[in-house]
Design a protein. Structure first.
Length: 109
């Protein structure tokens, strides 16, 4: 799928996901802790690489060409074998940075 189409689809899906979580919580289908976990995961998947702290972005081999892409989009590129924007190693590094920035910040300090 073309990247712009992927951007549109992902933003629509995340918006719908948040709405469904709110409805599920209001109707009692989801507990508050479940809803919080799901919303945190959506927020993580929707985080762009360029939103990471500047200190992490100055790391050697930081894949700056991916700064406008979210974790969700980067995972889709990896899963689909799309290495047109970055190498597999760069995509894996971006995924790791977005999935666990706190741990990596501790290493940089």
């Amino acid at each position: 799928m073309h990247i712009r189409g992927l951007l549109l689809v992902s933003s629509i899906l995340f918006g719908m996901g948040c709405s469904l979580i709110a409805e599920g919580t209001a109707s009692g289908l989801l507990s508050q802790p479940q809803a919080v976990r799901l919303l945190e995961r959506i927020a993580q998947l929707n985080t762009k690489l360029g939103e990471l702290p500047a200190r992490l972005q100055r790391a050697p081999d930081f894949p700056s060409q991916l700064k406008d892409y979210t974790l969700f989009q980067i995972k889709r590129m990896l899963d689909g074998g799309d290495f047109s924007l970055a190498t597999e190693a760069q995509l894996r590094m971006a995924k790791k940075l977005l999935e666990n920035p706190e741990r990596l910040m501790d290493k940089v300090r």
